[in-house]
Design a protein around this ligand. Structure first.
Ligand code: FE2
Length: 368
């Protein structure tokens, strides 16, 4: 049995953010508006969006400056601010961290539970979320997942549930045009990982493969022109592809790359997309003998050669690190990483090759 899940409404295209107030009024009058540090303000969208919400008579609590990679104390702080305002829903315009923070806060309010009570169980209630990504990669606007860091145990974990899928996803590529090269590269590779991991996962289906293949092809052909050559039409395509890669993983889940990258973020603060990029070639090499011929041939012909090597070439073209030693100073505790990675059973058991603990160890060693 398979089930396909998507946001209730998907609005995309340049200028689609103008639809935000029309979408919001369907959910109520009062909204908390989550956004990040500065990029929305720098691009001029911040004032434009607030004015458009005001024109529709919506009451807005602005919560700006949401920090990257949400952790439990910062989420609880956001929760206290939103709770006293008592909104009808949350508007989240930002990168994956902003959208994930909105998801977690909306679930905490609607369920009246704490993060630990929500962990490991399907979340069934949350305030409505309208999400518009300002990066092209995390796919959070399309998914039932949110990642949070627990600083006490230096680990990241997933919260999940259908209620976390934004009710409306607005994918306006123009919101992504002010990304720095490093953020564009890291989030772009994260999207490529989503698409490839979905395509090669145990839970892939002919339907999820349609989204995954579309995303893999579009990202493969457009990441370099979008990021290095500043091509507007490629930036637009990357923005759509990142969304469809998000839809793909929403329906299949991710696999070993994400299981192994999460502790790299939790323990050593490696940026999510950077960690995924470092792991992707090793993951492909490890899984290669187990990838169905048809899928391997598809990847080979698209990439013009053996996928692990071609992906390494892409990382180099994007000036992204390919080794952990480039992003972590000092000793790396591989066993600690392995212990944490193997906790991500949902992702590990979804990997096409059956993963043993020593395999995870060897893969971390391979990318040192
Ligand atoms: Fe990711």
């Amino acid at each position: 049995m398979a089930l396909l899940e998507l946001p209730q409404r998907i609005i995309y295209g340049p200028g689609s953010i103008d639809q935000l107030p029309i979408e919001a009024v369907a959910f109520g009058k009062k909204f908390s508006f989550f956004c990040g540090e500065s990029s929305l303000k720098k691009s001029g969208f911040f004032n434009k969006i607030l004015n458009s919400l005001d024109k529709y008579g919506l009451e807005i609590q602005v919560i700006s400056g949401i920090t990257p990679e949400p952790d439990i104390p910062s989420v609880n702080d956001l929760l206290n601010r939103v709770k006293t305002y008592n909104p009808d829903g949350i508007i989240a315009i930002g990168g994956g961290s902003v959208i994930d923070s909105a998801k977690i806060v909306s679930a905490l309010i609607a369920t009246n539970k704490n993060i630990f009570e929500l962990r490991g169980k399907e979340i069934e209630e949350a305030l409505p979320i309208i999400a518009a990504p300002t990066t092209a990669g995390t796919g959070s606007e399309a998914t039932r997942f949110a990642v949070v860091t627990d600083p006490e145990i230096r680990d990241k974990f997933l919260l999940f549930g259908k209620a976390l899928i934004p009710k409306v996803a607005i994918v306006d590529p123009e919101l992504t045009f002010t990304m720095s090269i490093i953020i564009a590269s890291a989030t772009g590779i994260d999207a490529l990982c989503h698409a490839i991991e979905s395509f090669l996962s145990r839970s892939s289906t002919p339907y999820t493969d349609i989204w995954a293949k579309e995303a893999i092809e579009t990202l493969w052909n457009n990441l370099v022109p979008a990021i290095i050559e500043n091509s507007i039409s490629s930036k637009e395509k990357v923005s759509y592809a990142a969304f469809w890669a998000g839809v793909a993983i929403n329906n299949t889940k991710t696999t070993l790359v994400h299981a192994m990258s999460r502790p790299l973020g939790g323990v050593y603060n490696v940026i999510h997309g950077i960690a995924n990029g470092i792991l992707l070639p090793a993951y492909l090499r490890y899984n290669a003998p187990f990838i169905p011929h048809e899928k391997m041939n598809y990847l080979k012909s698209l990439m013009g050669g053996y996928p692990p090597e071609k992906v390494e070439g892409l990382l180099q073209k994007l000036n992204l690190p390919t080794r952990l030693s480039q992003v972590i100073r000092g000793e790396i505790d591989i066993q600690l990483l392995v212990n944490k990675a193997k906790d991500a059973q949902m992702n590990i058991s979804n990997n096409i090759r059956q993963v043993k603990e020593e395999d995870i160890y060897a893969l971390y060693e391979e990318v040192l």
